[in-house]
Design a protein around this ligand. Structure first.
Ligand code: PLP
Length: 443
C-alpha cells in the first residue's frame, strides 16, 4: 500500500521499493514510533528540524489555540496577529541591523527571496549591473531553481546546470582539528574572495554562505575568524552578504545564530527548519533597513518587491514559532547546547581511535563523522559501498534514525535531548559504525 502512490524526496524509488520502509505513526519527546510500535531516537531531528522533541504539549497547545481563531489568512496587503508578533520577536533575537521579516514556507523559498531581493536591491539603487552571485564549493541552499543556481553539490545540481543562472564559486574553508591545513584553507578562501571582488565587484550583487557550518556539503566547519573576514570583504567591496542560517539557526551551533559566533551582521538572513521548533513549514528572510528602504518608494517608481506565496505568514506556523521561542527562553535551550555539545564530543572521543572513523566534525549539536576505507592514506570508501546508508540502516535496527551525507554519518539530535538520551544515542551511533565498518566487532 505504502509503495503505490508516494514518490519520496531525495530517494531512488527502486531502492525504496526493494527495502523494508519505515512508517512513522507518532512521536514523543526525542523518539518516534513506527506503525508496529517500535521506538527510535530521532538522531537527525527529522532532517535537522526538531528542537524541543515531538508532541510537546506547549507547542501543540499553541497550534490548537490558534486553530480556534483562524488557520490561515493571507499576508498579501493585510496582516495577522501571530505574524506580527513573531516578526517583532525575530528582529529582537537576530544579529543587529536585521529589522524586517519577509515570510515564506521553506528554506528554499527563503533563499529565493534573498536572491531576488539582493538582485532587485541593486536595480532599485540604479546599479543593475550588480546582478551576479558568489557561492561556495559544495554549497546547499535548497532545491528550487534559484537556490540550485547558487548550489554547488555536483551530485544534486549538475543535472540541472543548463537551466540555471551561473554563479561564481569560491572554496568553502575546510578546517578541522584532525586536519592540519586550517590556516591554509582559510587563506585560500579569503584570497579567492578578495581576487574575485577586486576584479568583478562591479557585477556582483551578493555572496551567499552557510555560516560556520556547511550542512549538506558534509558538515564542514569553518576555521575561526574566516566568516568575519569574509563579511568585511563584502562590506569593503560593496557586495551584500546573505547568511543562509536555515540549518545553523535556532541554537544548533551553540549560539542562537551561527553568525553570532563571529559577531557578523549579514544584510540578509534566511531562516527555516528550527524556526517553528520543527513543527510547521515556516521560513523567513530577514533584511536590514538599508535593503528594505531601497524598495520603499512611490508605487510609480516600480520598486515594489513582487514576490509572495499563498501561505506566507501562516498564523498556525507563526503561533507555534512564538511558542517555540518562548521555550527557548524558559528552558535555556541555547545555553544547554554548549554543555550538551561537550558531552557528545567527549562521548565520541573513543570513536576516533577506530580504524574507519576518518574525522569527527562538530559544531554545537551538528555532528558529521566521515568514514574512510583507510585512515592513514585517507582513502575514501567507494560510493558504491554505500557505507553511510548501511551505517544508518544498522542504527535504525539498533533504535535510532539518521540519514547520511555520502560517507558522512550525521548526528543532529533534537536540542532538547537530555544527557541520558544523548548517551544512548551516541552508543547506538558508535556501535553501528563499528558493526558496519569492522564487520561486527564489539567495543
Ligand atoms: C535545508 C536547507 C535549505 C532548504 O530548506 P528547505 O526547507 O528544505 O527548502 C536551505 N539551506 C540550508 C543551509 C539547508 O540546510
Amino acid at each position: 500500500m505504502n509503495k503505490a502512490n508516494l514518490w519520496h524526496p531525495f530517494t531512488q524509488m527502486k531502492d525504496y521499493n526493494d527495502s523494508n520502509p519505515l512508517i512513522i505513526e507518532r512521536g514523543e519527546g526525542v523518539r518516534l514510533f513506527d506503525v508496529q510500535g517500535k521506538a527510535y531516537y530521532d538522531g537527525f531531528s527529522s532532517v535537522w528540524l526538531n528542537v524541543h522533541g515531538h508532541n510537546v504539549p506547549e507547542l501543540n497547545e499553541a497550534i490548537t489555540d490558534q486553530l480556534g481563531r483562524v488557520a490561515h489568512s493571507t499576508l498579501l496587503g493585510m496582516a495577522n496577529v501571530p505574524a506580527i508578533e513573531l516578526a517583532e520577536k525575530l528582529t529582537r533575537i537576530a544579529p543587529k541591523g536585521l529589522s524586517k521579516v519577509f515570510y515564506s514556507d521553506s528554506g528554499a523559498t527563503g533563499v529565493e527571496i534573498a536572491i531576488k531581493m539582493a538582485f532587485q536591491y541593486w536595480k532599485n539603487k540604479g546599479n543593475p549591473a550588480k546582478n551576479k552571485f558568489i557561492t561556495m564549493n559544495q554549497a546547499y541552499h535548497g532545491d528550487t531553481i534559484g537556490a540550485v543556481s547558487v548550489g554547488a553539490i555536483p551530485l544534486y545540481h549538475d543535472v540541472f546546470r543548463p537551466m540555471l543562472f551561473p554563479s561564481h564559486v569560491i572554496p568553502y574553508p575546510y578546517a578541522y582539528r584532525h586536519d592540519g591545513g586550517a590556516a591554509a584553507a582559510k587563506e585560500a578562501t579569503l584570497s579567492a574572495l578578495r581576487d574575485l571582488l577586486e576584479t568583478s565587484c562591479e557585477e556582483i550583487a551578493a555572496l551567499i554562505v552557510e555560516p560556520i557550518v556547511q550542512g549538506a556539503g558534509g558538515i564542514i566547519v569553518m576555521p575561526p575568524g574566516c566568516l568575519c573576514e569574509m563579511a568585511s570583504l563584502c562590506r569593503k567591496y560593496d557586495v551584500l552578504l546573505i547568511a543562509d542560517e536555515v540549518a545553523t539557526g535556532f541554537g544548533r551551533t551553540g549560539e542562537m545564530f551561527a553568525c553570532e559566533l563571529e559577531d557578523v551582521s549579514p544584510d540578509l538572513m534566511v531562516i527555516g527548519k528550527g524556526l517553528t521548533g520543527g513543527y510547521l513549514p515556516v521560513a523567513a528572510t530577514l533584511a536590514t533597513d538599508e535593503v528594505y528602504s531601497a524598495f520603499y518608494a512611490d508605487y510609480e517608481e516600480q520598486k515594489t518587491f513582487f514576490h509572495g506565496h499563498s501561505f506566507t505568514g501562516n498564523p498556525l506556523g507563526c503561533a507555534v514559532a512564538l511558542a517555540s521561542l518562548k521555550l527557548f527562553e524558559e528552558r535555556g535551550i541555547v545555553e544547554g547546547v554548549k554543555k550538551k555539545a561537550s558531552f557528545v564530543e567527549h562521548k565520541l572521543e573513543a570513536l576516533i581511535e577506530r580504524p574507519h572513523a576518518g574525522e569527527i566534525r562538530q559544531k554545537g549539536l551538528m555532528i558529521g563523522i566521515e568514514l574512510v576505507r583507510d585512515k592513514s592514506s585517507r582513502e575514501p570508501y567507494d560510493w558504491a559501498d554505500r557505507i553511510g546508508v548501511r551505517t544508518a540502516m544498522r542504527a535504525r535496527e539498533l533504535g535510532m534514525l539518521t540519514r547520511p551525507l555520502g560517507n558522512v554519518v550525521v548526528f543532529i539530535p533534537p536540542l532538547a535531548s537530555t544527557e541520558e538520551e544523548l548517551d544512548a544515542m551516541t552508543d547506538i551511533l558508535t556501535k553501528s559504525i563499528v558493526d558496519v565498518t569492522e564487520g561486527g566487532a564489539s567495543l
